[in-house]
Design a protein around this ligand. Sequence first.
Ligand code: ATP
Ligand code: LTN
Length: 334
Amino acid sequence: MLDGKKTLFSGMQATGNFTLGNYMGALKNWITLNEEYQCFYCVVDLHSITVRQDPAELKKNARALLALYIAAGLDPVKNCIYYQSHVSAHAELSWILNCFTYMGELNRMTQFKDKSAKYSDNINAGLYTYPVLMAADILLFQSDVVPVGADQKQHLEITRDIAERFNSIYGDVFTIPEPYIGKTGAKIMSLQDPAKKMSKSDENINANIYLMDDPDTIIRKFKRAVTDSDNQIRYTEDKPGIKNLIDIYCSATNKTAQEAVKEFDGKGYGDFKLAVGETVVSILKPIQDRVEELNKDKGYIDGIIKDNAEKANYFAAKTLRKVQKKIGLPEKIR
Ligand code: ATP
Ligand code: LTN
């Protein structure tokens, strides 16, 4: 509890081109939460380096993500939007929590298994302990809720396990966080292979809708989306391509799957794909315009980066000090 409100924390990696999956599974759900919670939204640049990054690209992507948070509707005065690397307590708490995490737990993480298969020439220790840094992010702010896409549920579970283990040894130090997974859009699938999640690191650009794609590109990608050939719009597991398009449509319009199916009753895939494409264009266009405006205002973004890092540091330092004291690290002499 901070300032009388429950606390919420989430973050995204500053890697690559942000996709419709990132927006619908995460960002979109964040916008109104500051009414109920004290919100922290982090650009997790330290997590990004678990995969090799070009330094100039990383810097550019991190800033682009921060601007995207604001463009998507997060008010940077009401929400604390900051870079993870500007708050050193993340890395410090992560080290401590490493000593309370078992290798057996980390071995079970599906994201680690997927990423180590994908980046087999760089299976570094950071990739392995990635969930511990994520636990540190969340626990530093005594977060009550963590809004994420369905793929992050396992990381939330390990965070809770680490926190409970720590608390059982040292008393009530950490708040045990709950995941918050949106009703629609929690798992947007690839447009080229609906068995796989849409992922910004997918090499096939037609598999993804990027948030900065222009309208023609968006429409074209939806037209090419892989579906079955029976031309019937039904929401069922055995039609994963169509089901995914219905999920996207529902997330964009806040309609239910039944409403969407009814709306397109008697229509073919061509009409449906076009309608989904046009709806997505209409939600992304205002965000893209705002990103362009923000990119022109360097001073404004710099101000947010500075002020919010200070605010985040203040709260993070409190938890870190408490943890250091509990485990017996000597206090600093001032
Ligand atoms: P990468 O493919 O590089 O691992 P990613 O696209 O999965 O990246 P992240 O930065 O790991 O993106 O995730 C940011 C947020 O977006 C997380 O909350 C995650 O759950 C959500 N997210 C990512 N992809 C999807 C998706 N396809 N559907 C719904 N939510 C998603
Ligand atoms: N692993 C997350 C990004 C992330 C995160 C967090 C999300 C890092 N730290 C803390 C929520 C809370 C992902 O989206 N891939």
